[in-house]
Design a protein around this ligand. Structure first.
Ligand SMILES: O=c1ccn([C@@H]2O[C@H](COP(=O)(O)O)[C@@H](O)[C@H]2O)c(=O)[nH]1
Length: 241
């Protein structure tokens, strides 16, 4: 039996107190927490340390993309915060990915999982054409997944639309962290490559990242519960064949 995919709650709150209010209502371990640029820039490392000390698994989603030496230092700093996962941008290239990997491997203590963003889920074919990225989103995800596997990363961030191809390319043990997840009745917002939670799981996502459908819900804690139940039911149905 495969482990059910995890729910990672994207805490993109402007107000750290609002993020705390939601997290305080959740049982530790029911889901994972994602801190991205909005909340990190507001609240800094202290909030992350507060949650990691309380036992939460935190995905620090800062998508490091810089020269190799700088990204290596940023990954070391993330590891010192005790996060569960940290990510870089695969567009940073092979040397940057290798430097991130080496920085985490050089640690004596535990290191976070290291994943690479491939093609943002807000990007579609028109975006790739505009920025001059060759081929379709699926082509670009495959190329960037190749860079991530060559550098020994633990997985990639991709949309559900590419999750099955990434699994076939990189193997079942390579994580497919999937944002752009929308319950059928939820607004797509700025996301372009979108699947429902069940669709993303059936496509092979290992971790579902969900933000606004939770943070903008009338009852965010209930929205988390509903999503966790849907994830578990979908995974169980798939295991039953
Ligand atoms: O390709 C990517 C990479 C990261 N994200 C992040 O995931 C969440 C999604 O939030 P929603 O509100 O559910 O759209 C957000 O924090 C993004 O920064 C992504 O969407 N796509």
């Amino acid at each position: 039996m495969n482990p059910a995919p995890s729910l990672i709650v994207a805490l993109d709150y402007d107000d750290p107190a609002a993020a705390r209010r939601l997290v305080d209502t959740l049982p530790v371990g029911r889901c994972r927490l994602k801190v991205g640029k909005t909340l990190f820039t507001r609240a800094g490392p202290a909030l992350i340390e507060e949650w990691t000390r309380a036992g939460w698994e935190v995905f620090l989603d800062l998508k490091f993309h810089d020269i190799p030496n700088t990204v290596a230092g940023a990954c070391r700093a993330a590891a010192d915060l005790g996060v569960w996962m940290v990510n870089v941008h695969a567009l940073g290239g092979p040397a940057m990915l290798a430097a991130a990997r080496a920085a985490l491997d050089a640690r004596s203590g535990p290191a976070p999982l290291l994943t690479a963003v491939t093609v943002l889920t807000s990007h579609d074919q028109a975006t790739l054409d505009a920025i001059g990225l060759r081929g379709t989103p699926a082509d670009a995800v495959a190329r960037l997944t190749g860079l991530a596997t060559a550098a020994g990363l633990d997985g990639v961030v991709c949309s559900g639309e590419e999750a099955a191809a990434v699994r076939d390319q990189a193997g079942a043990g390579f994580r497919r962290v999937t944002p752009g997840v929308r319950p059928a009745d939820a607004a797509r917002g700025d996301q372009r490559r979108v699947l429902t939670p069940a669709g993303a799981i059936q496509a092979g996502a290992t971790d579902l990242v969900v933000g606004r459908p939770i943070t903008e819900a009338a009852d965010p804690a209930q929205a988390v519960e509903t999503l966790v139940s849907e994830i578990q039911l979908t995974a169980a149905a798939m295991d039953a064949g």
